[in-house]
Design a protein around this ligand. Structure first.
Ligand SMILES: [Zn+2]
Length: 193
């Protein structure tokens, strides 16, 4: 079965037992938001105990505090009433495996897939590639805990983020399923009003 058919079939089963979820309100009932990585091993609904309607989950590569992630967080608070935010990165993140130079170099060679081995990244496409990768900040990182601190700091000091929202900094351990606090991040993210 193709992925498309699998997804549509799964959705049919989901909708068949949709029940009371039709009555859910738009604003998240538990009034919090999580910014986390898109990594397929992470399921925020499971690792943080969420049901439909509970919380906002904002995901991107790395769970980074990009301008667009901050856009979502500001909407989450200003228009939809969340009161606490989490930044949750994770161990073994793919964002630690490359940097802006590597990514833009690969994209210049071709737009097709690349693979990694002990000697680094290799592009297998035929090209042409594009220089447009040079104009994007890919938000990679080397140090996991430092990346959480950096993002909490960036959100905390953003002019559109009010001082009364606590921002908690954690990472998810892909080997144990546990959330591990980054105390320096949580300290930086403390609400100050
Ligand atoms: Zn990741």
């Amino acid at each position: 079965m193709s992925v498309l058919l699998e997804v549509l079939k799964a959705n049919e089963a989901y909708a068949a037992s949709f029940g009371d979820k039709a009555k859910l309100a738009l604003p998240p009932a538990r009034r919090f938001a999580i910014l986390t990585c898109m990594d397929a091993r992470l399921d925020p609904a499971k690792y943080a105990g969420l049901s439909e309607g509970d919380a906002h989950v904002i995901r991107n590569a790395g769970g980074r505090a990009s301008d667009d992630a901050i856009r979502s967080l500001v909407i989450s608070y200003k228009l939809l009433g969340t009161k606490e935010w989490f930044v949750i990165h994770h161990s073994d993140c793919g964002m630690q495996l490359f940097d802006d130079e590597i990514m833009s170099g690969l994209l210049e060679k071709s737009l097709e897939g690349a693979t990694i081995d002990e000697t680094g990244w290799h592009d297998h496409g035929h090209g042409p590639g594009s220089v447009h990768g040079r104009y994007i900040k890919w938000h990679t990182f080397k140090d996991l805990a430092a990346s959480v601190v950096e993002d909490v700091k960036r959100i905390r000091s953003h002019p559109l983020v009010p001082a009364n929202i606590p921002i908690y900094g954690y990472y998810y351990d892909v080997k144990s399923g546990r959330l591990v606090e980054v105390p320096e991040a949580t300290a930086v993210g403390r609400a100050t009003a």
